[in-house]
Design a protein around this ligand. Structure first.
Ligand SMILES: [Zn+2]
Length: 158
């Protein structure tokens, strides 16, 4: 498995950590061609979220998020973003290409594997489609998560 993927998976919420590792293994088996899946983002701390929110507002750059600290599921370690790595070097967000010639786009193969494990896909959202995004919230949203008690490592108890 991709070392970035593994590092990022190990910082996710303990309740989904192993599941994500298993999903990634399943994806590695399913994608037999030029594309491999990588987790590009997993846990994002509140401080990191604030820094991201400031981009394009109080700091230079263009706006990349509308979520403040605590308003993203990533802030709880319950979401991942994926990217495909083509030929071991090029990042791709192409959701249509069938890199392994099995008549199904590799991106959608990954989507189906996450869904099989009960994950919500950002590509299914009506207003803002977030194709790289997957989350498992155990019936929560950021408004319920932000008020939950945390364990000794700082993860919310879900
Ligand atoms: Zn995301």
């Amino acid at each position: 498995m991709d070392k970035y993927t593994e590092e990022r998976a190990l910082k996710l919420h303990p309740k989904i950590r192993n599941e994500v590792l298993n999903i990634m293994k399943e994806c590695d088996k399913a994608l037999t061609g030029r594309a491999k899946v990588r987790i590009s983002q997993g846990l994002r701390t509140f401080a990191e979220q604030d820094a991201l929110y400031a981009q394009g507002r109080t700091k230079k750059g263009k706006k990349v998020t509308n979520a403040r600290a605590g308003q993203s599921i990533h802030n709880y370690g319950l979401a991942v973003d994926i990217v495909l790595i083509i030929d071991g070097k090029t990042a791709s967000w192409d959701i249509k290409t069938d890199w392994d010639n099995d008549r199904q786009s590799d991106w959608m193969e990954v989507v189906l594997i996450f869904k099989k494990h009960g994950w919500e896909w950002g590509g299914d959202w009506r207003n803002f489609k977030d194709m790289p995004h997957f989350q498992k919230t155990f019936g929560n949203n950021w408004k319920t998560l932000i008020n939950k008690p945390k364990d000794a490592s700082g993860y919310v108890i879900v």
